[in-house]
Write a protein that binds this ligand. Structure first.
Ligand code: HEM
Length: 512
């Protein structure tokens, strides 16, 4: 052995030794932090150093694993995951208490947050989120997102244009099996939100629509992949994570470019006395702020173009998949429970009449139809884990100390299936939402739109759309299973929302 190889060997063993010491120190510190936190945090499972509980969570159906933890540890439970504290809430009263607290209105600071840079409404926090929520509420209400005001007729007309186009398309299918998840339903729902926000209505086979949907769809899939990958530390996954993040970023930039072209088009034809849509409402806000010299305060000094782009993206992603999937689930349940479908149709026929289409004014007089939609929302629980919140400062919840930056997850699917709250939760029973006087009741443990300060901003719009699409479809068609097909599964596919597995229906025109 030469002196040179001897010294190489010495260097190597010194490096190994140093690594071992660093690892031991790291493990001790991680165990110390876990022990110290365990004294004040809610009960929960132990994890392994550094990774916490992450290795025990499967990439698939995380919500079912969380439900299991809730059953084992009770209404508030915690674990760590890659150094982050995660709190699971499975009691609806506790979820309400937590989500009413200002300190729990944050959003997790994850990889996606880096990409969107804190812009928008769904993932923004603090003053920007507060001001945007207020502004959007105001504008959307003005545009007709209300069941009571006069402006509701504008929103109703906007939605009914899309409902009528959809039913016309279904009539043309002449009883042939159709895949509802592909094409016309998606186009109709996209057109409601895109006409409202940017006065764009796509035609079938419009390449812009196809490209746009492709990017959104891919974005959802990639986003779904990003979170599970980032749970696991091994180095090979870090590269995967970077690749996914890079793809999301490119995708996000392409969509942003499309939105920017829409903003520019609006700028060139902008008339402050005639506000056409949400983009115009933002342009007016920007104009007023420029004139008042307060641009440094508007959007907390952030880039106005990026803010408008992100708002368009937010409303689209929050308001399209959710509605589409709820209608798809409604169709799945109608196939499984044709007696419910008949009861809805009978109610509409007797209240609205056979030859007139249901309108918003009929809504309060159609309790069974409304209750059926509630039962669809409960049973499908398309957002089984709601949307994750984060603490913006240390907070005490149910006697436990929750640190700043902790992720708070409401177990909506658990609450909607809790046998202590619902009689036979696995059954599909719209009657559970109807009281002794035959009126619709909405129990506190029914939270498809979330609760508290960040509850769904588009809830009223969602209810208007769900009602108008669902009631018109059932009024005009029997939803039937194609000959020889099996009933679709009632287990959802996990993505950003729970989606029914692919299925076909025959929309058979009713003999009226
Ligand atoms: C069936 C339809 C829908 C369901 C089930 C649903 C559900 C939800 C849920 C669970 C949240 C999270 C609440 C939280 O953070 O605690 C949310 C947030 C939100 N939803 Fe919806 N939503 C629906 C439709 C819509 C529509 C049509 C719009 C369009 C305007 C919309 C806009 C939003 C926005 C902007 C937020 C973020 C609110 C915030 O962070 O302050 N949603 N929604």
């Amino acid at each position: 052995m030469t002196a040179e190889t001897m010294s190489d060997g010495d260097g190597y063993s010194r490096e190994l030794w140093l690594n071992a010491v660093a690892a031991a120190l790291g493990l001790t510190y991680s165990a110390y932090r876990q022990l110290r936190a365990a004294r004040t945090l809610p009960p929960g499972p132990w994890g392994v150093p550094f990774l916490g509980y992450a290795p025990f969570l499967s990439n698939h159906c995380t919500y079912l694993k969380y439900n299991e933890l809730a059953r084992r540890y009770g209404p508030i439970c915690s674990f760590t995951q890659r150094g982050n504290t995660v709190i699971l809430l499975s009691d609806h009263k506790l979820i309400k208490t937590a989500f009413d607290m200002k300190q729990i209105t944050g959003r997790p600071n994850d990889g996606y947050m880096d990409i969107i840079g804190g812009y928008g409404a769904v993932n923004s926090t603090g003053k920007l989120w507060e001001s945007q929520r207020k502004f959007l509420h105001l504008v959307l209400r003005h545009m007709g997102m209300t069941f009571t005001g006069h402006n509701r007729l504008n929103m109703e007309n906007r939605i009914m244009i899309e409902v009528s186009t959809l039913t016309e398309t279904f009539h043309k299918t002449c009883g042939k099996p159709i895949d509802l998840n592909a094409g016309s339903l998606c186009l109709a729902i996209t057109n409601v939100i895109s006409s409202l926000t940017m006065s764009v209505r796509f035609e079938p086979n419009d390449p812009r629509f196809e490209r746009y949907m492709h990017m959104v769809d891919e974005g959802f899939k990639l986003f779904g992949m990003l979170r599970p990958v980032s749970l696991f530390l091994p180095r090979r996954h870090i590269t995967d994570e970077r690749n996914i993040q890079e793809k999301i970023k490119n995708n996000h930039q392409e969509i942003a470019k499309y939105f920017q072209s829409i903003i520019e088009e609006h700028r060139s034809t902008f008339d402050p006395n005639s506000i056409r849509d949400l983009v115009d409402a933002y342009l007016l806000e920007i104009k007023r702020s420029q004139e008042a010299g307060t641009m440094d305060q508007l959007f907390q000094g952030l880039d106005p173009n990026r803010q408008v782009q992100q708002i368009l993206g937010d409303l689209f992603s929050a308001g399209m998949e959710t509605i589409k999937n709820t209608i798809l689930w409604a169709m799945v349940y109608m196939l499984h429970y044709p007696d419910v479908m008949t009861k809805v149709q009978d109610e509409i026929d007797s209240v609205v009449g056979q030859y007139k289409s249901p309108v918003l004014d009929d809504y309060p007089n159609l309790p069974y139809t409304q209750a059926t939609l509630y039962e669809v929302l409960r049973k499908s629980s398309i957002t089984p884990l709601g949307t994750t919140h984060a603490t913006t400062s240390d907070v005490t919840l149910n006697g436990y100390h929750i640190p700043t930056g902790a992720q708070i997850i409401p177990l909506q699917h658990f609450v909607h299936n809790d046998p202590n709250l619902w009689d036979e939760p696995e059954a599909f029973k719209p009657e559970r939402f109807i009281n002794a006087e035959g009126k619709v009741k909405k129990p506190d443990c029914f939270l498809p739109f979330g609760v508290g300060r960040r509850k769904c901003l588009g809830e009223t719009l969602a209810q208007m759309e769900l009602y108008l699409f669902f009631s018109t479809l059932l009024h005009e068609f029997d939803v039937c299973l194609p000959d020889g097909d099996e009933l679709p599964s009632m287990d959802g596919q996990v993505g950003i929302t729970l989606t029914p597995q692919s299925f076909k229906v025959v929309m058979k025109a009713r003999n009226k």
